[in-house]
Design a protein around this ligand. Structure first.
Ligand SMILES: C[S@@+](CC[C@H](N)C(=O)[O-])C[C@H]1O[C@@H](n2cnc3c(N)ncnc32)[C@H](O)[C@@H]1O
Length: 309
């Protein structure tokens, strides 16, 4: 504690950009700084503190932390060109249930951070990365080389909506869905998910990093499908897929009135995004300046529209 009495301290406050009271940021830093100085007799030094205190604010909670290491936890000696924060990439991989012998795909791999983190931690699996951008693939290649993982991760130039992979040939998909100014996907997310659903085997896992907007868009889309079905059956997502089963389709077609058929057709045209994909968990994470969601899905059975190859 003697050492602590001589300490110089800095308090850094960050806040989620959408926090409703932006001016609180400076005020919180000031109040906490003064309290520490009064309580412990520490001095404030923003340039060369021996102790840093980080406070992250949003509208619901605040996180107070004291970094244990000088280097950020996310820094990796083997990453030559930095992409997604490595700690987020590792967390996504740890949720994905990568078993021995699994085929793991990141179809929008960018600089390959997710594949690198996964292949380092779960070495007994095969890893595939795809991207449409030559420069991103070149960066990923540099990272793989630097990490010594060239023999364990294969890179390809493919579009995520037209993967030249057999249906149900992949066990795990992990991806950081583009949402910034540089790479944007918008409503194409539905075709992205359909292609992921096609190549994923039954029982397989998808873990996605989604912007707040994309997350909300998918939640709304899912809820609109559930509402339509719940008036006739149950709110259980699992049962939604009934409406695309051939047998069920024929049975309904024989019995329903033409007006109901129109409504049903409209819903079938919507293609059930979550027909075979069930959301298992969802976690809000901070990316520093923005917040995002890690969303995990499982494929519960084969789609009628897919022919297992
Ligand atoms: C958010 S970045 C991924 C960053 C990556 N996790 C990393 O650590 O570098 C999204 C990536 O999606 C790629 N992308 C955008 N549209 C695509 C498409 N249609 N098919 C495949 N990749 C695509 C972009 O080139 C970009 O590299």
């Amino acid at each position: 504690m003697n050492h602590m009495k001589r300490s110089v301290v800095s308090v850094a406050v960050s806040r989620c950009p959408r926090t409703s009271v932006p001016e609180m940021k400076g005020e919180v830093g000031r109040v906490i700084g003064i309290a520490l100085i009064k309580q412990f007799g520490w001095k404030a030094d923003l340039r060369n503190p021996s102790l840093e205190i980080f406070i992250h604010l949003n509208d619901i909670y605040s996180v107070v932390g004291i970094p244990v290491f000088r280097l950020p936890l996310a820094s990796r000696a083997y990453i030559k060109v930095a992409g997604l924060r490595s700690t987020i990439a590792w967390t996504m991989a740890s949720l994905a249930e990568i078993n021995v012998g699994a085929v793991v795909l990141d179809p929008m791999c960018g600089l390959g951070t997710i594949l690198l983190e996964a292949a380092k931690e779960w070495p007994n699996a095969s890893y595939l990365g795809a991207d449409v951008s030559d420069s991103q693939l070149l960066g990923a290649f540099d990272n793989l080389k630097s990490a010594g993982l060239m023999d364990r991760i294969e890179l390809f130039k493919f579009c995520v909506t037209e993967l030249p992979l057999l249906s149900q040939s992949v066990d795990v998909i992990i991806s950081d869905v583009p949402f910034g100014k540089k790479f944007k996907l918008g409503k194409d997310i539905k075709s992205v998910l359909h292609e992921m659903e096609r190549v994923l085997c039954v029982g397989g896992t998808i873990v996605l990093l989604l912007s707040e907007d994309l997350h909300k868009y998918l939640q709304d889309y899912k809820e609109s499908n559930i509402t339509w079905n719940s008036s006739k059956d149950s709110t259980d997502e699992f049962k939604i897929v009934k409406y695309v089963n051939a047998e069920e389709k024929n049975r309904i077609q024989e019995n329903v009135s033409s007006s109901f058929q129109d409504v049903r057709q409209e819903c079938l045209d919507k293609r059930p995004l979550f027909g075979t994909l069930v959301q298992m968990e969802c976690h809000k994470v901070s990316l520093g300046r923005t917040e995002a969601f890690i969303s995990k899905y499982k494929k519960i059975h084969a789609s009628e529209l897919q022919q297992p190859s």
